[in-house]
Design a protein around this ligand. Structure first.
Ligand code: NAP
Length: 284
């Protein structure tokens, strides 16, 4: 029987460390790190995500500033806010909440964010730094996946890792981080044939698709470490992942649940990246 490894618990441990560091900083009278969150429109899930980010900042004692724009704002309005955040010396990290309303160009907007404040790691310069193994900002969800695998006790060296999903946000960077840890990585996507045959070879299986309970026991190797990144809302209103957790649990060594799995780690890594940006700004 596998164990369920909660991202919420790991995130709480890591946030407690950050909270302590920030309390010391506060006492010293120094400027506190600050995360700017920019949101256009009023997409309900995005609103709940930014509230969770705001709450997490407040919990650890980090400043946060919200910039909200109407759904019918122009690209120029959005880029003007980004430029103001870039120039503001009191802001260390900038997060542009995605998806953007129709008509706005997310790729162009992401390119406007100063790479030194790009705590989501999505600016092409940070993407290139990850590819080249140079220091930069690693995207939050993929970094969270690695921390969860470490917590599970998975060994990367020479492991067969399979990543299902190849998005720029999750699948691609997770694969690169696993490769950098000397795993032998296979990436799968919507054109992959015989998915179960490939995933069932994996010592480490990361699933980031957005398809409820796609992964059932026949997709999983006995004793595998499974990280479920997917977040799907069922018609009942309940959230579920891409993995049928209950069915897969007896077969795997460890698995992350949905909710309380990768999601809290994404927010935790966002705070850690903001802290890193702050330290770099203070040392510049
Ligand atoms: P995405 O951009 O839509 O990418 C989905 C990927 O899955 C694509 O590469 C797609 O292949 C692949 N795919 C689709 N159907 C497939 C199938 N039947 N078999 C194999 N691969 C298939 O999504 P994303 O942004 O990576 O997000 C993936 C999931 O993670 C979503 O549920 C999202 O909500 C969740 N997520 C969670 C967090 C968190 O913090 N918890 C963060 C980010 C994302 P093609 O490339 O061929 O189209």
């Amino acid at each position: 029987m596998g164990v369920i490894v909660y991202g919420s618990e790991l995130a709480a441990e890591r946030k407690a460390v950050m909270k302590e560091k920030l309390a010391v900083l506060k006492k010293s009278g120094a400027r506190m790190p600050c995360l700017a969150v920019i949101m256009a429109g009023n997409d309900a899930p995005s609103l709940s995500y930014i509230r969770a980010k705001e709450k997490a900042c407040a919990y650890v004692g980090m400043d946060s500033r919200m910039f909200t724009l109407p759904a019918d704002c122009t690209q120029l309005d959005l880029e003007d806010v980004i430029c103001r955040c870039n120039e503001d010396g009191g802001i260390d990290g900038i997060l542009l909440q995605l998806p953007l309303p129709d008509g706005l160009d997310a790729e162009r907007a992401l390119r406007m964010i100063s790479p030194s404040k790009d705590v989501d790691g999505l600016h092409p310069i940070n993407v290139a730094r990850l590819q080249l193994r140079k220091p930069g900002f690693v995207p939050c969800t993929p970094q969270g996946v690695i921390y969860l695998l470490e917590k599970m006790g998975a060994s990367f060296e020479g492991a067969r890792a399979v990543v299902v999903g190849r998005s720029q946000l999750v699948g691609m960077p997770v694969s690169k981080l696993l490769l950098d840890r000397n795993a032998t990585v296979t990436m799968c996507h919507s054109h992959t044939r015989n998915l179960a045959q490939i995933t069932s070879q994996a010592d480490i299986l990361v699933v980031a698709v957005g398809s409820p309970k796609l992964i059932t026991p026949e997709y999983v190797r006995e004793g595998a470490y499974v990280v479920d990144v997917g977040v799907n809302r069922l018609s009942t209103g309940k959230l579920c992942g891409d993995v049928d957790t209950e069915a897969v649990l007896p077969k795997c060594a460890a698995i992350t649940p949905v909710p309380k799995g990768v999601g809290p780690m994404t927010i935790c890594c966002l705070l850690e990246n903001t802290m890193k940006a702050y330290q770099e700004h203070m040392n510049a």
